[in-house]
Design a protein around this ligand. Structure first.
Ligand SMILES: Nc1ncnc2c1ncn2[C@@H]1O[C@H](COP(=O)(O)OP(=O)(O)OP(=O)(O)O)[C@@H](O)[C@H]1O
Length: 454
């Protein structure tokens, strides 16, 4: 057998370390969210005393650690409840794909009681839900992640937090809700009654800055990569390194600090000392992510990708160039995702420009795009927009970085003339378009050939 391109070990990643750069890894501490977690703790404290927690609402853009903070703090509370023998149940429920109070109520019944009453009238479903809560008993904290998926169908957000006040559930049941949302406007549009009952405490997660992201990445890197230690400074200004023992029973940083008898809270993270990551890698990943959305998810993704690229090149170290390549690749993926999610009219406008480019036409004018667009709308039997409205779609594609729209000098009086070109490879756009089911019967090659003949 020839030598396989696969290997069970890596020169870059620590054994078992790659998991720390994966989406599903939940950190047990989030020092950058200390303030937010303290606020959440304040809302949860009554639960530790056997009465219900306050309702809370965590908001902020994607990748800001809202879900991670809620999970970490609830794990802390759950550990306390177990030790104190308190009746406490926490449910983390993702509302992804759930757009009505009805579906949410059914999902919660299933989560709490094991059966899904889908098909029954709403009142019956709610009765099921209250019964499931009675069976569980005690303090019940329901975390509704991506709660904005509910849109305006928010009735359940009124009744769920009030189930006890309204006597829907027994006296020994204390339900509360923690809502999590990336959509900052959604809450403002809620029915005032739901808004009132849901949000005792509102906690905003501001975007991470480059320093926060550097710290987050450093901690992840110390676990994910070989030969990578954290460098801390103590209150006396002395620096020291901490390495995490992945083979130990508890590989948390707290344990590593405890083992050395040092108070972690009094020390400041200064960076990493690594034999496999060049010095600029983490600052670059942090800077790219901070410039964009300040998302920890994005920063971690850059680091993961950069390391994977270094590995695939058999490089023993991850370099700044690998981060640049990772950022390019991630940006391309985002653009491809943007192309996949276009509406039919967006796809038609993109298809028209793509066909023209495949026929070697560059910097095409609106009129030419419109000719191909018309022929495409006939082919797939779609609504045909007026030229000006189709042009609006082209300009929208420019805003999504899919094509480039340039105002040209030859604009007629009263109107602006544009030329358009793809910002992605025509073959990439073609791959996306050919996967759109609406275009199943369109033969892009023949259309290109026809245009070439004309
Ligand atoms: N302070 C932090 N320390 C370590 N990891 C973090 C921190 N903040 C976020 N992360 C990580 O970043 C990723 C995204 O975080 P999380 O899912 O909590 O974001 P979110 O604010 O809930 O946004 P979304 O709705 O997009 O999930 C997760 O992998 C999480 O573990």
């Amino acid at each position: 057998m020839g030598q396989s391109p696969y290997s069970t070990t890596s020169e870059i990643f620590a054994t078992g370390g790659e998991g720390y750069l994966k989406e599903d890894h939940t950190p047990s501490t989030l020092p950058e969210r200390r303030e937010e977690i303290l606020k959440l703790r304040r809302s949860l404290k009554p639960a530790a005393r056997g009465v219900g927690a306050e309702n809370a609402f965590l908001s902020g853009k994607a990748g800001q650690g809202k879900t991670a903070a809620a999970k970490a703090e609830l794990a802390e509370l759950q550990a306390f409840a177990t030790a104190e023998d308190l009746e406490l149940t926490t449910v983390l429920f993702s509302c992804e794909g759930i757009s009505s109070s009805y579906t949410l109520a059914c999902g919660l019944c299933e989560e709490l009681g094991g059966t899904n009453p889908n098909g029954h009238p709403m009142q019956k479903v709610l009765d099921h839900l209250w019964e499931a809560m009675n069976q569980v008993g005690g303090t019940i904290i329901i975390v509704l992640d991506e709660i904005d998926n509910l849109g305006t169908d928010d009735k359940i957000l009124y009744s769920l937090p009030r189930a006890r006040d309204k006597n829907y559930v027994n006296d020994d049941v204390y339900p509360s809700v923690i809502g999590i949302s990336n959509d900052l406007q959604w809450r403002d549009n809620l029915d005032p009654a739901a808004k009132d009952s849901l949000y005792d405490d509102s906690i905003f997660f501001a975007p991470y800055d480059a320093n926060d992201l550097r710290d987050i990445l450093s901690r992840r890197a110390s676990k994910a990569f070989r030969d990578t230690d954290l460098v801390y400074e103590n209150p006396d200004g002395e620096t020291f390194t901490i390495s995490v023992d992945l083979d130990g029973d508890d590989e948390s940083l707290d344990t590593a600090f405890e083992a050395r008898g040092i108070d972690r809270g009094a020390c400041t993270l200064r960076g990493i000392d690594s034999g496999v990551l060049s010095e600029d890698v983490i600052p670059l990943c942090a800077a790219y992510a901070a410039q964009d959305k300040g998302s920890a998810r994005q920063a971690i993704k850059y680091l993961r990708k950069a390391a994977a690229i270094a590995e695939s090149e058999d490089s023993p170290t991850v370099l700044g160039d690998h981060v640049r390549a990772a950022q390019d690749e991630a940006e391309r993926e985002l653009i491809i995702e943007g192309m996949e999610q276009l509406t039919t009219q967006g796809h038609l406008a993109l298809a028209a420009v793509t066909i023209l480019e495949l026929a070697n036409e560059t910097d095409v004018r609106t009129r030419d795009v419109y000719d191909v667009y018309k022929s495409l709308t006939n082919d797939i039997d779609a609504d045909q927009l007026a030229q000006r409205r189709m042009r609006d779609h082209l300009i929208e594609l420019d805003m999504l970085s899919i094509i480039r729209a340039r105002k040209s000098a030859s604009g007629s009086v009263g109107g602006e003339a544009y030329t358009f070109e793809l910002r992605v490879e025509p073959s990439t756009a073609l791959d996306v378009l050919e996967a759109v089911s609406r275009f199943d019967d369109v033969d892009f090659n023949t259309m290109t050939q026809n245009w070439l003949r004309e």
